[in-house]
Design a protein around this ligand. Structure first.
Ligand SMILES: Cc1cc2nc3c(=O)[nH]c(=O)nc-3n(C[C@H](O)[C@H](O)[C@H](O)COP(=O)(O)OP(=O)(O)OC[C@H]3O[C@@H](n4cnc5c(N)ncnc54)[C@H](O)[C@@H]3O)c2cc1C
Length: 459
């Protein structure tokens, strides 16, 4: 491997702006910065077209130089944190190649932000349901690469459920499409699905074909506060048995609500220090949403200290804005945070929340949990003084105990953030030897020189 990239050659070969020296600094981090992760790179190529990406990849393959794809840098797994070589930044791939409202579909380049994709759909009378929390920063390509979820994945599925085709730069440097703008297509192997969630280790996504749907007319959430965490966790199952299909079921444990509750936007009479808070939302036509809200209210009332049923669109929007701010509130609470995203069967939610607090107590740390309760996806978070490196190490050790607890409960080490750099050792615990062999064989097939996001995912 060349450790120093011959800059002049690279700049000539790719015909796109190339950064080096101090200018690469902003491209060495992602949202794992709060746990102290920082990479290194010799050069950053600011790609502007899909062909630029293919050319960078070809050049790296020819010169044996590692290559890391970078989207919005909002990842929580260190996936975009480079370990030397070249970073290709995708933010310049901003074209909406097509939007066809009558066919409910679009083809969009990978550097367009999630928020812009959502807005584009809305402006065309349609709905793009994936709603990962860093929508203003994350990019469509990054969402595909991590198969990002979000609160409304409970009803509508994660990013991959909306992808019908991908244009990808693959080794040794060509653009290939997998899937088309079709709602059904079983010709060939499902390589598109293999690439979705592959975290830049198999190829670099340059454009995405999406299917879209008409938006629900109304959204009606129910917020329930519980004095007992066990009753709150049990209420998740009550919501699922309510007789309506909730669009989202989100939760906060008492510690998470204590951190972000001051900004809670709806008026409450009781429930000052709840042990558990649930948000379940019904959507559909006005009538469906109102009926769904009533059913959810009934289902969530058992054991609740207080139940709120906001109906005005501005209240609903404020509630979800508040929900989206939870991760940032936890980031800024003490300055240091190790936050994981284990996934367990829904009926084991309370156990993984308890395991998080046990691990925190052992490590003399503060902790909180929140997340996508209906999907069993828990953001187990350990909070510490950002300047205290020893506490950071204890937090990493505490997170490892939560990974083990999740696996013992029949869960996964990651439900949505991906494996990246930080969970690569954990993946080895989850995959059987035969499954790990197949992963490595797939990696070799796509990336025989092991240059694409080296050291991540299947390391
Ligand atoms: C406040 C906050 C809230 C969040 N909430 C959620 C949430 O609700 N649900 C959720 O799933 N995640 C969430 N995340 C994590 C993060 O936003 C997602 O993982 C997101 O999909 C990452 O997209 P990105 O463009 O920022 O990718 P990056 O962080 O830049 O990269 C992530 C990975 O994808 C690869 N990659 C990026 N672009 C491409 C491409 N075009 N082709 C191939 N590989 C590529 C990178 O190499 C890396 O491995 C949250 C993060 C923050 C900071």
């Amino acid at each position: 491997m060349n450790s120093a990239v011959p800059m002049r050659e690279l700049a000539t070969a790719v015909d796109a702006p190339v950064l080096d020296g101090d200018a690469v600094a902003p491209y060495l981090l992602d949202a794992t910065e709060a746990r102290g992760l920082r990479g290194r790179a010799d050069a950053v190529v600011l790609a502007r077209t899909a062909n630029d990406v293919a050319r960078v990849l070809a050049w790296c393959y020819e010169h044996d130089v590692p290559l890391t794809a970078r989207g919005g840098g909002s990842g929580y797994a260190g996936g975009a944190v480079p370990d030397g070589g070249v970073v290709v930044a995708l933010a310049g791939l901003r074209s909406v190649r097509s939007i066809e409202p009558l066919l409910w579909r679009a083809e969009i380049e990978s550097g367009v932000t999630t928020h812009e994709v959502q807005r584009l759909a809305r402006e065309n009378g349609l709905y793009y349901p994936p709603d990962p929390g860093a929508a203003e920063q994350s990019q469509l390509g990054g969402n595909v690469a991590t198969n990002a979820g979000g609160p409304h994945a409970f009803k509508y599925g994660v990013t991959g459920a909306w992808v019908t085709g991908l244009e990808v730069a693959i080794a040794p440097g060509e653009l290939v499409t997998f899937g088309r703008g079709l709602r059904k297509d079983v010709a060939g192997y499902d390589i598109r699905s293999l690439l979705i969630g592959s975290e830049g280790t198999l190829g670099i996504v340059t454009a995405v074909r999406l299917k879209l749907i008409p938006p629900p007319e109304a959204r009606r959430p129910v917020v329930a506060f519980y004095g007992d965490a066990g009753e709150g966790a049990a209420a998740v199952l009550h919501a699922m048995a309510s007789g309506t299909l909730p669009a989202a079921i989100e939760f906060f444990d008492g510690a998470a609500f204590a951190i972000s509750g001051r900004a809670f936007p709806l008026a409450r009479e009781h429930a000052d220090r709840p042990a558990f808070v649930l948000i379940a939302e019904a959507d559909g036509s006005e009538e469906e949403a109102a009926t769904g809200q009533m059913l959810l209210r009934e289902a969530l009332s058992a054991g609740a200290e207080e139940v709120l049923t906001p109906a005005r669109p501005e209240e609903v929007a404020a509630l979800w804005r508040w929900r989206d701010g939870m991760g940032i509130a936890a980031d800024s609470y003490l300055g240091g945070k190790v936050s994981e995203d284990v996934c367990v069967p829904v009926d084991r939610l309370a156990e993984v929340v308890a395991a998080t607090h046990e691990a925190a107590a052992e490590g003399q740390l503060e902790a909180c949990s929140w997340g996508h309760a209906g999907d069993g996806n828990v953001h187990s978070s350990f909070l510490f003084d950002g300047g205290d490196a020893a506490a950071g190490l204890r937090a990493t050790a505490a997170a490892e105990r939560v990974f083990d607890a999740a696996l013992a409960l029949g869960g996964s080490v990651t439900g949505e953030h991906g494996v990246g750099l930080v969970k690569s050792p954990q993946l080895r615990k989850q995959l059987s030897p035969a499954a790990a062999d197949i992963h490595r064989a797939v990696k070799r097939l796509f990336d025989p020189k092991d240059l694409l996001n080296r050291g991540k995912k299947v390391a």
